[in-house]
Design a protein around this ligand. Structure first.
Ligand code: RFL
Ligand code: PHB
Length: 406
């Protein structure tokens, strides 16, 4: 049996775990990151693309944004394409904030590079992670298989940053409250294609055949999504079928506006919402997708994960710096208002944009009325823009007492 000691054991080398390890290092706090997959796998996993202004600012403050500032695409608006007609939402003009397109795997590469340069203890291909959590203030143990050896890691705290299917969530005490959860009757098929983007800005298209989203990763690479049936298998979606469907759903006045190219990656995810409340159980703190999931319609998941670990790193800093445990005790209460704000907006946006499988005519007319409000009412457009760029969460996070803000 090998034995290791650290202050914080971090499970998962996704954006949440890696960023937490970086922020803790900057505050002089020691951590070990344990990741089930290989380094190559996590650096290639295609997922998020849209970063909010607040996320980018945080990465800049943490000296992690050099490449992002050179390569990210800054956006000042988006397009709602409603049954073939275009409507631009100038969110920068409405809020003063931009968004940034930068692939999650690029951010993960930047984080791993920064961690390696700082001599961090990052372990990949770690198996059998199991937590033995202390009841009170004593040390906890993470047991795992490292390089083929059974290993016990003794730590003060565990950060569960291992996503929705990870070990941390499964280790919650038997008496923990059941999570809040919603499943949606739709899935997203996502492709990465060597084709120029459909437009300069993101296009969110509602159509009688279903929702489509045209995003990008660079001026040469498109990231495209289609609403599909949750029972569909990726293999049923051959490239020709995908392009045909994208052409139909993204057409403007009946004209297809799409350059096709080789499909580099293809995956399918079912949409769900999930919140594990509270986000702390004794010495175990959940962050990112391990604690909450949103449908990707509003592009909030990664942004929330970044906020979680910022708050968590400050809490650990207060504990190790001055023995102040209040920020650790407040972690969950401090994060949950913002998380629920994003859950609500993501759920609302999913409902606004997806075609319902039951094709209920009344629901479709309600969607049209809601879309018309965003297009026709400056107040509705501004509120939508504030929520899309993440501004509404900056006050939701301060104890959630919005009405007292002046
Ligand atoms: P991750 O990225 O899932 O990382 C968790 C890590 O933990 C590892 N792991 C384990 N390690 C050790 N032992 C175990 N037992 C383990 N089990 C799992 C995993 O291998 C992995 O490396 O969670 P994290 O760090 O919390 O980051 C969250 C984000 O990945 C997620 O919220 C976003 O991808 C969501 N999301 C988007 N968010 C945005 O902010 N903007 C977007 O534009 C956006 N687009 C998206 C998205 C998610 C999507 N999918 C795939 C649901 C688009 C899509 C299609
Ligand atoms: C992406 O570029 O992957 C992306 C953009 C916006 C979303 C979801 C995903 O709402």
């Amino acid at each position: 049996m090998n034995r290791l000691r650290t202050q914080i054991a971090i499970i998962g080398a996704g954006p949440a775990g890696l960023l937490l390890s970086h922020l803790l290092h900057q505050q002089g706090i020691d951590s070990i990151v344990l990741e089930r997959r290989s380094k190559q796998y996590v650096e290639r996993r295609v997922r998020a693309g849209l970063l909010e202004h607040g996320t980018v600012e945080l990465l800049r403050r943490a000296s992690l944004a050099d490449r992002l500032d050179r390569e990210a695409l800054r956006h000042e608006g988006l397009e709602l394409r409603i049954d073939g007609s275009r409507h631009r939402l100038p969110f920068h003009e409405l809020t003063g904030r931009s968004t940034y397109v930068y692939g999650q795997q690029e951010l993960v590469k930047d984080l791993i590079k920064a961690r390696h340069e700082a001599g961090a203890d990052l372990r990949f291909e770690v198996d059998d992670v199991a937590l033995d959590m202390a009841e009170g203030d004593g040390p906890s143990t993470v047991r795992c298989t490292l390089d083929g050896h059974l290993t016990d890691i003794t730590c003060d705290f565990v950060a569960g940053c291992d996503g929705f299917h990870g070990a941390a969530r499964r280790s919650l005490p038997a008496g923990a409250k059941p999570a809040y959860e919603r499943r949606y009757p739709c899935a997203w098929l996502g492709i990465l294609a060597a084709a120029p983007p459909v437009a300069r800005e993101l296009v969110y298209a509602t159509h009688e055949r279903g929702f489509a989203l045209a995003s990008m990763r660079s001026p040469q690479i498109s990231r495209l999504y289609l609403q599909v049936d949750p029972g569909d298998a990726v293999q049923e979606w051959l490239d020709d079928r995908i392009w045909k469907e994208l052409r139909a759903r993204l057409a403007v006045d009946g004209e297809a506006e799409l350059t096709e190219g080789p499909v580099l990656e293809k995956s399918l995810v079912t949409l769900r919402s999930y919140v594990a409340e509270p986000m702390r159980h004794g010495s175990l703190f959940l962050a990112g997708d391990a604690a909450h999931i949103v449908p990707p319609t509003a592009a909030k998941g990664l942004n929330l994960a970044v906020e979680d670990v910022q708050v968590l790193s400050e809490a650990f800093h207060a504990w190790y710096g001055s023995g102040d445990r209040a920020p650790m005790d407040d972690y969950s209460d401090r994060r949950l208002p913002s998380i629920w704000e994003a859950e609500e907006f993501s759920d609302w946006m999913a409902d606004l944009l997806h075609r319902r499988p039951d094709d209920e005519a009344y629901a479709t007319r309600l969607q049209q009325a809601r879309l018309a409000a965003i297009v026709d009412s400056p107040a509705a457009a501004r509120q939508f823009a504030e929520r899309y760029v993440g501004m509404s969460r900056s006050f939701a996070g301060r104890g959630g007492n919005r009405s007292c803000q002046s």
